[in-house]
Design a protein around this ligand. Structure first.
Ligand code: 6MZ
Length: 347
């Protein structure tokens, strides 16, 4: 089934295979140490979310120069295309790596180069053809909330500057929700909006962020990452629910991430269904398909099985996700025609 992926962090999405390949290219004295890093959570296993954030830092030790950033981005795009993803919004936090000559700007340029080299043209998203696996890729500049306000402003300025490439579509706020108060980033995020960038914010991924979430919803963002603790059934409040509903802000939901990161006790207790029943827009996503050892097809299958959804319901979820991409109406129309082509062949 063709799909769109709207919530994927680059460094969390790198497969074990790619990381092994990247380690093999490092100086021999580093290889043994890098091979010992734990970068994936297999099925039936889980970690605390804090431990997951440590795993991202381990991946960062492997993806630590222009070459590895480029190669990792290319491989992640290939992985998504092979899983039937036709439109991907990939997000990543621009990282300075002084010892490798990487600046925030060159970090983003490297990713954009990989996107340019790997992305299909819009013309290739025309009629569905099972033999081809086209993919359109866009970039979202991520702000890690553990960094300073100045760092976040630099990220937004780079995104604004590179928007003219047509590949940079938005800004994300992510990172460990228990670190810092994201209300301090309000004006930075406002600037992104003022320059025509879209916003997707990790809101209430963890408990205890009601005041912060309420304030950031005032921006408002065009999409919400996770929103695990927004709905009152899941530790949120009526006010947050009403605000989210009134603004009709789509939620990007990442079931395996939430379960393996111990934010949600089990799939059947995932907040997906409460929003789905309200007919509130939701998009199924992977978050970090590498670290959480999953892919988008698996996430759809898990939701289908857990909540007894029919094939039609699942297909409709995937199709409606097109409405929430950070791209123009003409790109949306093209994707819709492509999905409809698949539906006609699979009725
Ligand atoms: C919040 C997350 C995340 O940016 O280096 N990230 N932030 N919640 C999550 N749920 C599990 N998963 C990943 O990719 C890794 C970075 O993405 C964010 C974190 O800031 C992490 O360091 P990039 O490509």
């Amino acid at each position: 089934m063709p799909k769109v992926e709207l919530h994927a962090h680059l460094n969390g999405s790198i497969s074990e295979e790619t990381l092994i390949k990247l380690i093999a290219k490092k100086p021999t004295d580093q290889q043994e140490m890098l091979q010992k890093l734990t970068t994936h959570i297999g099925d039936g296993h889980n970690r605390t979310l804090k431990e997951c954030f440590e795993m991202f830092k381990m991946v960062h030790q492997i993806v630590n120069d222009h070459e590895s950033i480029y190669e990792a981005t290319c491989d992640v795009i290939d992985d998504f295309a092979n899983d039937g993803v036709v439109y991907l919004e990939l997000r990543s936090t621009p990282r300075e790596i002084p010892e490798a000559g990487v600046t925030q700007a060159s970090y983003v340029e490297t990713i954009l180069q990989a996107i340019q080299d790997k992305s299909s043209t819009l013309q290739q998203i025309e009629t569905f053809d099972p033999k081809r696996k086209p993919i359109i890729v866009r970039y979202i500049a991520a702000i890690d909330r553990r960094n300073s306000v100045e760092h976040a402003m630099q990220t937004v300025d780079i995104a604004i500057r590179m928007k003219k490439t047509g590949l940079v579509v938005g800004v994300d706020l992510s990172g460990d929700g228990s670190v810092n108060d994201a209300r301090e980033l309000y004006t930075v995020l406002e600037k992104a909006l003022a320059h025509g960038l879209k916003l997707t914010l990790h809101l209430s991924e963890v408990d205890g962020l009601v005041a912060e979430t309420s304030r950031l919803l005032d921006l408002p963002p065009q999409r919400i990452g996770h929103g695990t603790f927004i709905h009152p059934n899941f530790g949120g409040t009526e006010e947050l629910l009403l605000k989210t509903r009134k603004l009709n802000i789509p939620l990007e939901l990442c079931p395996t991430s939430n379960v393996k990161g111990q934010v949600t006790p089990s799939y059947d207790k995932h907040h997906f269904y409460s929003w789905y029943q309200l007919e509130h827009p939701v998009v199924i996503c992977t978050d970090d398909k590498g670290v959480f050892a999953t892919d988008l097809s698996t996430e759809y299958q898990i939701m289908q099985k857990t909540f007894n959804l029919t094939d039609k319901m699942i297909q409709s979820l995937a199709y409606l996700s097109i409405d929430y991409i950070f791209e123009s109406d003409s790109v949306k129309d093209r994707l819709r025609r492509y999905f409809e082509g698949w539906q006609q062949l699979n009725q």
